[in-house]
Design a protein around this ligand. Structure first.
Ligand SMILES: *Cc1c(COP(=O)(O)O)cnc(C)c1O
Ligand code: SF4
Length: 353
């Protein structure tokens, strides 16, 4: 028997005609975008849209600018880092396991636009088995991140089977799941799912909220249920032009996340993905936001601001400059902006013992 959330996926908006009618858009300009990058907006997300152009609309409603030529099809060079199609192995001790090809709603800025939701993107059983075999025969990997697509779109039985097979690998010590369903399909977070996930501790679940309006009572309840089952929650936010590139919005988002037991983990600079260039902000916007968090929010609510370098060179945390030299003394910028002299110990003293 299908579960309620599976019916919710079937009920999602996927027809460009319906979208055009609802928001008075031109179906002619929508069609080519949707032919290239699929459309799916769950009813929960659709209800959150208050007006065209608002922060939820921008994230999920297709835009003709997605067909512009700039950017990179595979911005993080993942295809070159895939020993088998279902694994991305960039850092020695951890790897992504791409277990699902679809999501409950498609984010227009997705870094894996080239494949997520597209025909043939769902990994086959053979590809999943190859992924498990690769992880099992690569002893450096101790941390496996279930990703996709959205892993929580798999039915409990298949998800549980994959988690079991990964947990049984002796050198795998930590499992993580990346999922946006607490926002896009909160009904997926059932007590049965939480009971299942609980068995795989230490299990981290990183979710993806970008705007305080996404913290609906249903999303909060979903996160509460996960946290009550011992699942450690983190959040990854993508910095998006016209959505959340504003210190006040980010501060509100991060504080409210902390209050619902979801720790802000990363603030991602928008990747150079083709079709997502209209979401890019300058790095200075992110640095300004990070500077604004200092002194305003607890360290518990302050994530790393990271740029994931093109070509698979990896994530690099960026920080606003806090240190400068003046008249031979070291100055550190306080949260207020004031430069405070700091009595630095010299390198020769440090090595004098
Ligand atoms: C981001 C990422 C990870 C996980 O990185 P953490 O900093 O440990 O969260 C692992 N593999 C790939 C390919 C990634 O892009
Ligand atoms: S939920 Fe994640 S993987 Fe799915 S479309 Fe959004 S950003 Fe991409």
């Amino acid at each position: 028997m299908a579960e309620a959330w599976q019916q919710d996926i079937k009920d999602a908006l996927t027809d460009p005609g319906e979208l055009a009618e609802r928001f008075n858009l031109d179906p002619q300009t929508l069609a080519p975008v949707v032919d290239t990058y699929p459309l799916r907006i769950s009813r929960s997300v659709l209800e959150l849209i208050e007006a065209p152009g608002d922060p939820i609309w921008r994230q999920f409603v297709p835009d003709p600018r997605e067909l512009e030529e700039g950017g990179l099809v595979d911005p993080l060079g993942e295809e070159n880092l895939s020993p088998v199609p279902s694994v991305v192995h960039r850092y020695p001790d951890r790897a992504l396991f791409l277990v699902s090809g679809s999501c409950a709603s498609y984010c227009r800025f997705c870094t894996r636009k080239r494949r997520v939701g597209c025909a043939g993107s769902a990994p086959s059983f053979r590809e999943l088995r190859e992924g498990i075999d690769y992880i099992a025969t690569t002893p450096q990997i101790r941390d496996v991140l279930f990703s996709g697509g959205d892993p929580l779109l798999l039915p409990d039985a298949i998800l549980g089977d994959l988690l079991n097979r990964i947990q049984r690998i002796a050198h795998v010590e930590i499992i993580r799941i990346g999922s946006r369903v607490p926002l896009t399909l909160p009904g997926r977070i059932t007590p049965q799912l939480c009971q299942l996930l609980k068995k795989f501790a230490p299990l981290y679940l990183n979710t993806h909220f970008n705007h305080p309006r996404e913290l609906t009572p249903e999303a909060i309840a979903a996160c509460n249920l996960l946290a009550d089952h011992g699942i450690v929650l983190g959040n990854q936010t993508v910095l998006l032009k016209g959505v959340n590139d504003d210190p006040a919005i980010i501060q509100e988002l991060f504080f409210k996340l902390l209050k619902m037991r979801v720790r802000p983990y990363y603030l991602h600079q928008m990747d150079l993905v083709r079709g997502g260039e209209h979401f890019r902000t300058p790095l200075s916007a992110g640095l300004e936001i990070m500077a604004s968090l200092r002194g305003t929010l607890s360290g518990l609510a302050s994530p790393h601001y990271v740029i994931d370098l093109p070509g698979g060179k990896g994530k690099v945390p960026l920080l606003p400059d806090a240190i400068s030299q003046r008249n031979g003394t070291l100055q550190v910028r306080a949260a207020s902006g004031e430069m405070v002299e700091y009595p630095e110990i010299s390198v020769s003293q440090r090595h004098a013992e």
